[in-house]
Design a protein around this ligand. Sequence first.
Ligand code: SF4
Length: 488
Amino acid sequence: MTISKTKYCAGVQCLKRLYLLVHSPELAAQPDDSAESIIEQGREAGMLARKLFPGGVEVSERGLDQAIRTTRELVANPAVQAIFEGMFEHDGVLVRVDILQRRRDKRWRLIEVKSTTEIKDHHLEDVAIQYRVVSRSGLDVAAAFLAHVNRGYVFDGGDIDVRRFFKIRNLTRRVERLQPKLTFQLRSEFTILSKPAPPDIAPGRHCTDPVTCEFYDRCNPPHPDDHIVYLPRIHASAMEELEEMGIESIREIPDDFDLTDIQRRAATCVQTGEPWFDRDGLALKMATLRYPIAYLDFETINPAIPRFAETHPYQQIPFQWSAHIQQRPGSEPQHYEFLATDENDPRREFITSLFAGLGESGSIVVYSSFESQRLSELASSFPEFADRINAIQTRLFDLLPVVREHTYHPAYAGSYSIKSVLPALVPEMTYDGMEVANGQDAGLAWESLVYGGLSSDKCEHIKKALLDYCALDTLAMVKLLDKLVVRS
Ligand code: SF4
């Protein structure tokens, strides 16, 4: 039996995960659009890193034997200075190496490319298994590196400067030190795989760390509505303490158990089945609102590889806004919106259209600090607009802390996100059935609209889905605020 590097790393996370991947892959959940986009981001970073090694040759064969044969031929050819995606096998473990660079002394450098902005613990296992297999396949590996994205790199608008875009870290000593652990881990993995049934491993924090396991739903059936996991911001140590006391239901938490005020309030709501509204606190907050009230929401992308000049990796780039504006209490809100639809940097048009849409006075209701953070970034990117942006920021009214500090509903299930709060307080509104139903969907939809080369019919379809979604987000805030006013 052979296992790939990916399966080896899955086994480091959980031996049951490895077993199921090998013996019952059909039970695995398929990656969703956001997981696919992370994979794609990694692939793009890998392709970019190849530019650091001009003249490198790719092993493009997908078939195992042929890929190994081609890799051997390239290794034997001294004219080849770098090999991309070289395939190696040793003792039942297969690895495909992002980059192998031939040194002048005929030894090799191994380079793994990641689209993250730092080294994570599980990257070490990833590099260590490659180092082991390649070294034991007969290559003299002098050093092992990890190339990751340099968050501090600022794109100048021409070609990406790959030398500055990546940070290359030497992990040789660390992966060498891991080798005895790998020997032990590999023995465990092959032993487990030879068994007739998966190991009996209880689910736990490892199910989502370092990645969410594809068998998560299978091992973690949904908790009942009153489970302690649904207390707001419950800390793992408090969960453990309660579990040790044999307590799984919020209803059974003793009165003297140490909870934060917000958690205690949530527990009381679940125990009584009644929502809680702090009328006086809500009234005080509502009294600070000034008409016309605008309800505002942004959508953004944050690409690993910058697209626009003067931006850095993973910088949030706003491409769409929606605002519902209510002139006076009870009046029908008017809707205003902006959506960038071409490949140009959308930020200047975004902010100038926003100035026009929001006018000069009145409160601007948002849900979370996200919009304020984006405005700060726009102010530093476009200093000529800084004063006007600052004027908008002083008008912001963040509804999230108001909801968090002055309300609770058992249906929040411990979360104050608008996607949890809305169905509890405004059940007549729903995101169900929307083609774009969250911020991540919106970013992916915009990428395909602008860069996908789609037919005009498809583009129109995506535009409508984006506009509908963002408009619903701001209309949701109108309705939410109405409900809070009634409760104040
Ligand atoms: S869900 Fe958790 S316990 Fe189940 S296979 Fe995955 S990591 Fe292991």
